[in-house]
Ligand binder design. Structure first.
Ligand SMILES: [Zn+2]
Length: 337
């Protein structure tokens, strides 16, 4: 279970307790605020957190918005420019104007590799051979970090990228004896549908035992189509580039998403009033990074709609969120048509 990995990263004793994890997170949040106040231009004027009185003091801090991040990414930097090992430029759909730029230090990149290792450890087993349909082959890009994480589990990963010739993709899956596919949800979904159209679904289903998809929103039909066509498990990863791909992974037991709480602190707010919502109520996810060194984010508004579930049916002590809702739902909750 992810619990052990999170507790180990946080330096907690086993088995970890919720109270200990809460106390550790409170200490981390204070450290993150101290770092950001001292080192970044953007956060230099936010109030210092007291030793005690958590979470009230923390929850009185202002939100950070994607527009603020876009307007002046350099203002968030907490390390000298020489210590930035990677800059990720994001021009994702929906955003207008300037792209977001995310800075990572060597330590940040290592944290992502560790997150991928433990996240994938939930889904793959020794002997698996992974094929990635994510785009990009740059050093420290998504594929590179995922591959490094899997290598630490002794599981090889090949990078295919987004396929344009599906016959070639299916041939590669067979020849390379691939057992597990990872990629953006729409890309993997399309590959499954095309394999059925080309009547190659049965031979692929014999080989593929698992699939990992990621997207801001993964539809029910995407999951059920892949599962039905390839007769395999469909696991999911929820994350964003702003957090160095750290996020939450779907749980094969309870079906919800367990948060990587050694790297992230999640809150749910009313998207209109900004007030915190209690467990079980649907609202906007706000994230604070706990282990990002170059560009920590404090109370960052993700725009994603979900809720924190009161208790996990699987027994995990980790904060558990529901699958992120689709865009229509988001508009409805924000009170827009
Ligand atoms: Zn679970």
């Amino acid at each position: 279970m992810l619990d052990k990995a999170v507790a180990q990263r946080a330096g907690l004793e086993m088995p970890p307790s919720r109270e200990e994890l809460d106390a550790w997170q409170a200490r981390r949040l204070k450290a993150v605020v101290d770092l950001a106040r001292k080192k970044s231009r953007f956060y230099k004027d936010i109030p210092e957190l007291p030793e005690k009185n958590f979470p009230e003091a923390f929850k009185a801090l202002p939100f950070t918005t994607p527009d603020e991040l876009k307007a002046d990414p350099g203002a968030f930097l907490c390390v000298p420019p020489d210590d930035v090992d990677r800059i990720t430029t994001l021009t994702t759909s929906g955003s207008t104007g300037m792209p977001k730029r995310i800075f990572s230090s060597a330590e940040d990149l290592e944290n992502t590799v560790v997150h991928f290792m433990w996240g994938m450890n939930e889904f793959v087993k020794k002997g698996d051979r992974v094929l990635s349909l994510y785009p990009g082959k740059t050093e420290y890009g998504l594929n590179d970090l995922l591959k490094k994480g899997l290598e630490r589990l002794g599981v090889p990963m090949m990078i295919y990228g987004v396929p344009d010739d599906h016959n070639d993709l299916f041939k590669t899956i067979r020849e390379e004896r691939i057992t597990f596919i990872a990629g953006p949800a729409p890309v993997v979904h399309e590959a499954a549908l095309i394999s059925r159209d080309l009547k190659q679904d049965d031979s692929l289903a014999e080989q593929i035992t698992g699939v990992l998809v990621s997207a801001a929103f993964v539809s029910d039909s995407c999951r059920s189509d892949i599962r039905d066509i390839w007769h395999c498990d469909v696991d999911e990863h929820y994350a964003m580039t702003e957090t160095g791909f750290e996020g939450a992974v779907s749980c094969p037991v309870c079906g919800n998403f367990h948060v990587w709480e050694c790297g992230l602190y999640y809150e749910i707010i009313d998207p209109v009033t900004g007030k915190e919502l209690p467990e079980g109520q649907t609202g906007e996810l706000v994230v604070t990074t706990l282990d990002r060194r170059a560009m920590p984010l404090i109370r960052y508004r993700t725009g994603d709609i979900t809720k924190v579930l009161p208790q996990s049916a699987c027994g995990s002590i980790l904060k558990t969120i529901e699958r992120v809702h689709d865009r229509q739902e988001k508009k409805r909750l924000r009170g827009r048509p």
